[in-house]
Write a protein that binds this ligand. Structure first.
Ligand code: PMP
Length: 398
């Protein structure tokens, strides 16, 4: 019969979507290898290294023998450090038993969906949004219900818009703020009403707040600051973005302690435990605080202002100023029409092939809401922003 029969994918696995940022990353690396001068606004990865005290602590922990298995929910030192850090940041009272350390925020999201969703459950997901939410919801047999975001109201998620989509089958509402890819955040009133509403209805709010420190206008208001979070919220965060530790694969969940304790079995079945020596270093990272991050955030604010101004100066491009994260999501519909292109995918392909500029098509996130749009990560130098946008302007005019 051959390998096609032996290795046919399960229905569930066939539902998984590829994260296109990684596809474009591979294409840009290939171009670089061929000697092309590539400017990449593709993958969402901070361009700074973790602080030196974190690196030295990791090396020390390995030397000291932290190389074996650890508890599935993470080492007590780190769970406690996360609880204190988050409590201080948000002015709340999170306990270590309400924290689980995971292998990246991604596995935290995966665990929530495979542990809490039944086939046929509805999951409300913003569109556009990070593609993992739809992919894993489908893997779990659930039905994604998309909440379309609009430029008219700054691509914001509001309580009223979400409420309209709730049915008796709604089991989970996904929030991500600051949002990838649109860069908007949520207002306190909407967060409070949504959590309160969900707690009363027995709906889970999966709140991915991984960009909580990348905010340019006002301080982040977390779902953990609401009064009923312990009844509804599954909070996700991690070390990838704020600490520049994407490759370490360390994330965490904060939720009701009963759920956290049940997740221990799920985590144990998937990966046994998060990497041990990294956790010692991550605890150190939290204890040392974020004073080193302030100048980095200022730099990101300058980049945000620069790239936003650049887009304002391109005819036919409509853009909303990002309030957070490090993404900007301009609407190129008019440019696409004037250049006679099929869609944003052709635009992204042409910019890559003809000018060496990597951008992601809006429909990689993952549906209709991104039509006509491109996503730019501005976690790149100001020089690259200027160079990259100049190439795009020149291509549009050519
Ligand atoms: N959530 C969002 C919204 C993201 O943008 C990303 C990374 N691009 C993740 C989660 C994944 O984070 P991690 O590296 O911790 O798995």
């Amino acid at each position: 019969m051959g390998w096609e029969t032996s290795f046919r994918l399960s229905k569930a696995a066939s539902q998984l979507g590829a994260e296109e940022a990684f596809v474009y990353l591979a294409r840009s690396l290939e171009l670089k290898r061929r000697g092309v001068d590539v400017v990449s606004f593709g993958i969402g990865q901070p361009d700074f290294q973790p602080p030196p005290h974190v690196i030295s602590e990791a090396k020390k922990a390995m030397d000291e023998g932290f190389n074996g298995y650890g508890p599935s929910l993470g080492m007590p030192e780190l769970r406690e450090a996360i609880a204190s850090f988050v409590s201080e940041e948000y002015g709340v009272d999170v306990k270590a038993e309400e924290v689980a350390v995971t292998v990246g925020a991604k596995s935290a999201i995966f665990m929530a969906m495979i542990s809490l969703l039944e086939p046929g459950d509805e999951v409300i997901i913003p569109d556009p949004s990070y593609p993992l939410y739809e992919s894993v919801a489908r893997f779990a047999g659930a039905k994604p219900v998309f909440l379309r975001l609009h430029r008219g109201n700054g691509y914001k998620v509001t309580f009223e818009e979400v409420e309209k989509l709730v049915t008796p089958k709604t089991r989970m509402i996904v929030l991500n703020y600051p949002e990838n890819p649109v860069g908007t955040t949520m207002d306190q009133r909407d967060v409070e009403e949504l959590v309160d509403f969900s707690a009363k209805r027995g709906i889970v709010v999966l709140s991915d707040e991984i960009y909580d420190h990348f905010v340019y206008e006002k301080k982040h208001f977390s779902t953990l600051q609401t009064s009923s979070w312990r009844d509804a919220v599954y909070y996700v965060n991690g070390f990838s973005k704020t600490f520049g530790m994407t490759g370490w694969r360390l994330g965490y969940v904060i939720s009701n302690k009963e759920l956290i304790s049940k997740l221990s079995v799920v985590a144990n079945n998937i990966y046994s435990c998060p990497v041990t020596f990294e956790q010692i270093a991550a605890a150190k990272a939290l204890k040392e605080g974020l004073s080193w991050f302030k100048p980095i955030l200022e730099g990101y604010r300058k980049r945000r202002d620069l790239i936003y101004r650049e887009f304002l100066s391109i005819k036919g491009v409509k853009v909303v100023k990002p309030e957070g994260a490090f993404y900007i999501f301009p609407d190129f519909t008019e440019v696409i029409r004037e250049k006679g292109l099929k869609n944003e995918r052709e635009l992204a392909d042409r910019l890559l092939e003809e000018r060496g500029v990597v951008v992601l098509p809006g429909t990689a996130f993952p549906k209709e809401g991104g039509k006509g749009h491109l996503r730019f990560s501005f976690a790149v130098s100001e020089n690259d922003i200027v160079r990259g946008i100049a190439r795009i302007k020149e291509w549009i005019e050519s």
